[in-house]
Design a protein around this ligand. Sequence first.
Ligand SMILES: [Cu+2]
Length: 358
Amino acid sequence: MRRILVPALINLALILSACAPSTDANPGNEMPMSGNDQSMMTATPGSMTMDNPEAAHMMEPITAPNVQPATGTEGGQPLEFREENGVKVFELTTKAVQWEILDGVTVTAYTYNGTVPGPMIRVTEGDQVRIIVKNELPDPTTIHWHGVEVPNAMDGVPDMTQAPIQPGETFTYEFTAKPAGTFMYHSHFEGDVQVSAGLYAPFIIDPKEPEANPPAVDKVLMISESLLINGQTYAPMPMSGMEPNYFTINGKAFPATETITVKKGDLVRLRFIGIGQFIHPMHLHGVPFKIVATDGHPVPEAAQLTKDTVSVAPGERYDIEFVATETGQWMLHCHILHHTTNDNVEPGGLMLVINVVE
Ligand SMILES: [Cu+2]
């Protein structure tokens, strides 16, 4: 596969560099543009806007000077905060690290606080939240609070709602956490590269009124992809020659994914978050589940589908619940079966074990 990928990548670069400049070759582009000002333009995977030299970032390996191995080993862990006059204050630092997705397989990652995913921000609905972001990446960045209802100036869209946070600079986001549900935060600057490189993390808002029937086990599973060619990390995309060869749940590929141990009879909640660039039909063995929330919003009980597979598309969240009625080691995996491989070797990728014990 590597032998195929490398020429494909070179061919693609040659083809794209040969493309004649064109101003109307990107009809599907959602970003507004005026005149020749392309400062707002972010190259969309598959779009033919590569005459813009800015778009070349898509084809380059992810690098940073003096990248060190990550000190943390587990992403998505709760981030500590301090209280200042009733405000919950969190601190994030964006930085590049070497992140191990699998024994002996390491990617160059852009991270929040050194892990993939970044740390989980978990607050209660109505909390006043302040997040201080220091950018230690070699590139500008911003943070978008995906699904959270924030004031426009806090929305994190570069050159639209704020100036990009330049390397070495700090920016402070502040808003009221609402509504309750499963959300995330991620880079919105050259997102095709920075999000794929690891700038994503869960943002959970618990309801003000405690839940009547809280689950015994409550896990967030962020699904993404990586592309490694000859030890170099690239941002994978749904684009010829740029497809991923590794697939991760919370920054790890099977068998490095977490085994979730639950007791027989436990109510289990899994919060799927699609943060990669591909759709993943996640399939649970053993028992069916109910979809209790979509994109953070509760599904009324009468409308909850009972399923054993749910397709999680980029940007989507599905909270599923099931009662672990049977003991044993039950697989949870993507049913696009190429996604359960590591560089074309099965098993791997988007698989994890739900271990139901007495
Ligand atoms: Cu998949």
